[in-house]
Design a protein around this ligand. Sequence first.
Ligand code: ADP
Ligand code: ZN
Length: 215
Amino acid sequence: MKLILLGAPGAGKGTVAKRLTEIDGSVQISTGDILRGAVKAGSELGKEAQGYMDRGDLVPDALIMGIMGNRLQEPDCAKGFLLDGFPRTIPQAEALDEILTKLGIKLDMVVDIDVPRDVIFDRLCTRRTCENSDCQAIYNVKSMPSKVEGKCDKCGSAIIQRADETEEAIGHRLDTYNEKTAPLAGYYKNSGLLKTVTGTSSDAVVDAIKAELKI
Ligand code: ADP
Ligand code: ZN
């Protein structure tokens, strides 16, 4: 399947994407994970991106398009992909349209995961992430704690609170989302690809997507 997952930070895009990969081997492509990996590795890209990310600002479109233009041409995308955290602005969506047209790829659907702001805020404040950039497993101190406190179940690395998951940075990320990313729903509605799923459980979102795709 070839999907874009839209939704505010904390809406569950990453969790939904991971479940969908299990269905047909489509790959999850998370620009946030790619960027955090670059920061950890200390690459040029990481150095350029880090300041924006820590403040909860979007990384410039040109940097993101450099990453995604290449990523979508890698062979593992042939089976399908779940774009998680991209596109995040109208210019990114327009650039993506061009890339897809050039590569002869058609999207199946754009899913907008719609979760109330207070639920999102609470989720992000209690979210914890495995610091190993190859793992990046997600936990939640309230609803999904790790078995051993502070340690990742999957790889044993430390579980941390991301620099952009302080209350201040979260508020800023949500405002940025409303201003820059929320308009994408209108953009994809016009192209007839949009499916809005309202729900706070990732299971329900996955079920709605499967029903829509008849899989
Ligand atoms: P979340 O969806 O939880 O905010 P992500 O992991 O998707 O977090 O992204 C973390 C940060 O990486 C964002 O706050 C932003 O700085 C940067 N980022 C990720 N994807 C994009 C994108 N498509 N365009 C611009 N910046 C991005
Ligand atoms: Zn881990």
